[in-house]
Write a protein that binds this ligand. Structure first.
Ligand SMILES: NC(=O)c1ccc[n+]([C@@H]2O[C@H](COP(=O)([O-])OP(=O)(O)OC[C@H]3O[C@@H](n4cnc5c(N)ncnc54)[C@H](O)[C@@H]3O)[C@@H](O)[C@H]2O)c1
Ligand SMILES: N[C@H](CO)Cc1c[nH]c[nH+]1
Ligand SMILES: [Zn+2]
Length: 428
């Protein structure tokens, strides 16, 4: 990991440092556009072909049904089941608290406005399964979808070498009451859920993280079809802010946890202490050596760096410019600097709050905006699965109060039919 001094960085170098992999030569886009086009044109046939090409599996069908899921899920141990159940309970509890009825508002006498939630009817969940299979992501998407009351939940996840999903994905499906999983991964899964195929239904909105192919496919279908997406949730990233009070071995562990996701993950340390930076880097080396995924981690670290700042406020300034998916304030005095956070997907406070807790089981959602999209997007929540429909009701007193003003407003825009829709009511 390269080390930079914040005071040596000008505006352009900061802009370069905070820029993520943006597919400058459009290599990913070219591959993804071809996949999208083939699935749109050939439907299931293309899905079978891509399972062979990208996942190296010859599928004889594209889904697993409830009986198959039950059989696969039976392999999980009691401890694994308890851990998944605890994660389920915490995520459920936190997400359930997000549903709140809103008040009706009387904007003027006789005029009442309010909003009501309606679930998005058909949703598609993408559960990654390339470098690691992520049943935790299935919980993070399936729980809010269920709480929101979505009617149809389509789930796609890449096939394992045996053409199936693993026992944990199968178990989560059963816990969520989902009785079919499509063994389709990558951009082709996004295409299938956006266009529909002979086997897979078109959905209204697609959710879920994924690699660069998945994320590019989501951003393309968002602008070219009527299917919406949650957000661009691509390769994982973390930014740790540390000072003299931080523990180098904790910092290193957190940096490595996100680096482990894939070679395009990014882990950033921003610290006011050159001494802590040095110690954390020694720890990173030491801890990497014993990781089973050391090769992936090393490649991700090549793409990662350290910034040494003069003050914690400079550190926050850099963090807000970077707009991380995960922000860890690994400092004792986090309460003072937390109000300075402007851009971040999810925040981990103090030295005893590992990012992994949020990845699995604290209760918050781990499907979060990457590549600086935390400037404008929030992570997945129950809100992501509902629409908020506005209502208004006007009484006879209300139309007398509001009507004359609407008539003038319509007239000043030159829209006489609009004015008349009020005038006929005032007359009659
Ligand atoms: N932002 C978030 O909220 C969040 C959460 C969890 C995971 N993630 C990220 O999700 C990603 C998961 O990626 P993954 O690769 O492990 O799984 P994935 O399921 O996203 O991708 C695997 C699929 O990619 C396709 N693929 C692989 N190589 C290809 C190629 N050369 N051309 C076209 N398609 C190809 C295959 O079809 C395969 O099924 C990681 O980068 C991880 O960091 C992000
Ligand atoms: N850190 C990932 C989000 O970027 C989520 C995850 C799933 N499993 C482990 N981690
Ligand atoms: Zn993670």
């Amino acid at each position: 990991m390269k080390v930079y001094n914040y005071s040596d960085l000008d505006k352009d170098s900061i802009a370069k440092l905070v820029q993520r992999n943006v597919d400058p030569a459009n290599e990913i886009r070219t591959i993804v556009e071809e996949v999208l086009g083939n699935v749109q044109q050939h439907g299931d046939r293309a899905l079978y072909d891509y399972a062979g090409k990208f996942d190296k599996v010859a599928l004889d069908k594209l889904f697993l049904d409830k009986t198959e899921l039950e059989e696969i899920a039976s392999a999980i141990t009691a401890d694994q089941k308890i851990a998944l159940d605890i994660a389920y309970a915490n995520i459920y509890k936190f997400h359930q608290s997000q549903i709140k009825a809103e008040d009706k508002v009387h904007t003027m006498p006789g005029v009442t406005c309010w909003r009501e939630l309606r679930p998005i009817e058909k949703v598609g969940l993408y559960i990654p399964g390339g470098t690691a299979v992520l049943p935790s992501t299935f919980l993070m998407l399936g729980i809010p979808a269920r709480i929101a009351g979505c009617h149809e939940i389509v789930v796609c996840s890449p096939p394992q070498k045996n053409g199936k999903v693993n026992a944990f994905i199968a178990y989560v499906a059963l816990v969520l009451g989902i009785d079919k999983i499509y063994t389709v991964g990558g951009a082709q899964a996004i295409a299938a859920m956006a266009y529909g195929t002979q086997t897979i239904s078109k959905v209204d909105k697609i959710f879920g993280p994924g690699n660069q192919f998945v994320t590019k496919a989501k951003t393309i279908i968002q602008s070219t079809t009527t299917t919406a997406i949650d957000m661009p949730a691509g390769p994982s990233e973390v930014l740790v802010i540390a000072d003299e009070t931080s523990r180098p071995e904790f910092i290193a562990a957190d940096l490595l946890a996100q680096a482990e996701h894939g070679i395009d993950s990014q882990s950033i340390l921003v610290t006011t202490s050159a001494r802590i930076a040095e110690k954390a880097l020694v720890e990173v080396e030491k801890q990497t050596e014993v990781l089973p995924r050391a090769e992936i981690v090393r490649q991700a670290l090549d793409n990662s760096y350290v910034v040494v700042t003069k003050s914690i406020y400079e550190a926050m300034e850099f963090s807000n410019a970077y707009a991380p998916e995960h922000l860890i304030l690994a400092v004792k005095d986090w309460e003072h600097i937390a109000p300075e956070i402007i851009n971040a997907g999810s925040v981990f406070l103090g030295n005893l709050t590992p990012e992994s807790a949020g990845d699995y089981a604290s209760g918050t959602n781990h499907t979060l905006p990457t590549s600086s999209y935390s400037r404008a997007y929030s992570g997945v929540s129950v809100d992501s699965f509902v629409k908020k429909v506005t209502f208004q009701f006007i009484t006879p007193e209300g139309i007398k109060n509001i009507g004359p003003h609407v008539e003038i407003l319509a007239e000043l825009e030159g829209l006489h039919a609009h004015k008349n829709a009020v005038s006929v009511r005032l007359k009659g």
